[in-house]
Design a protein around this ligand. Structure first.
Ligand SMILES: [Zn+2]
Length: 290
């Protein structure tokens, strides 16, 4: 979904997929409460979200938002070739984010804000790069916005051990000394049209991005909803939700708001083009690509 884009009022949102990968874990493990018989319907409705009969085809999506002269990057993917994160996903060539920025005639230093929905490894990969044996911020002029609750939780040794957060030191903690880090604890207006909203559960400091301009609106959900199956079945937990009950409540609340206000939905891991709307059929909500 390189360069696929949508306009919300005066705001442009461009999907920049850093990678697409077949998730190594089974659908049963990832989405334990989806009944086995439901998957065939999702396979037919969202063929790009599957590899073969039993694997999730994950779009590692980042988004670029242009709003009021600001360039905002939402999440930074799996990162460079040879990095710990790209290696852990067995993607030898690394992620494509910088190439895709280049195809838009943008340099990393053109990014004003790096907004991290949360600190899982597939969302922070390009935060920091190694150059001549030294680390530096990839987006050298940007503020990096992270929720305080994620920063604190992910730095607890027992949490790192329980969730194998081996990427943290290199891709996240390093920001503390490299500059630009901005920890926030509530909602935040990034511009008058783009707002960070706290959507906890998947992680304690998880945030989504709400865009409102000229009576139109869109939300980049992050991992509140990772698969269209969770739109139809909002109770459905995701295997990496750190607080299953909290994530479920947030998912219900966000989907109710999306439906009530007719908000366009952009999922961080949704199949191309990544954006769509909610439709209701036979009493159930579904995500429909636009
Ligand atoms: Zn994710």
């Amino acid at each position: 979904m390189a360069g696929s884009q949508i306009t919300i009022g005066n705001v442009r949102i461009i999907g920049l997929s850093d990678a697409v990968l077949a998730h190594p874990l089974t659908l049963d493990w990832l989405f334990p409460s989806v009944p086995a018989e439901e998957w065939e319907g999702y396979r037919q409705g969202y063929p790009d979200a599957f590899v073969g009969p039993g694997a999730w085809r994950v779009n590692v999506g980042c988004y670029l938002i242009r709003s009021l002269d600001k360039t905002i990057l939402v999440d930074t993917g799996i990162g460079a070739a040879g990095g710990e994160i790209a290696n852990s996903f067995k993607i030898p060539g690394g992620g494509l984010l910088l190439e895709k920025l280049r195809s838009l005639s943008l340099r990393p230093e053109d990014v004003d804000v790096v907004f991290l929905t949360h600190l899982h490894r597939d969302h922070v990969g390009w935060n920091v790069i190694q150059e001549d044996g030294r680390r530096r911020r990839t987006f050298s002029r940007a503020r990096y916005i992270v929720h305080q609750a994620d920063w604190e939780t992910f730095h607890r040794p027992e949490v790192q051990a329980a969730w194998s957060l081996t990427h943290l030191e290199q891709a996240v903690t390093a920001l503390e000394t490299l500059g630009g880090l901005e920890l926030i604890s509530g909602d935040l207006n990034i511009t008058d049209e783009v707002k960070a909203i706290h959507t906890p559960g998947h992680t304690p400091g998880h945030m989504s991005v709400l865009v409102v301009s000229r009576a139109r609106s869109a939300v980049i959900t992050g991992d509140v909803i990772v698969h269209p199956a969770q739109v139809a079945n909002a109770d459905c937990a995701f295997g990496f939700d750190m607080d299953v009950q909290g994530a479920r409540q947030t998912r219900h609340r966000l989907l109710d708001r999306i439906e009530a206000e007719g908000i366009t939905v952009l999922g961080g891991h949704f199949p191309k083009p990544g954006y769509g709307r909610l439709v209701r059929e036979a009493g159930r909500r579904y995500w429909q690509a636009l």
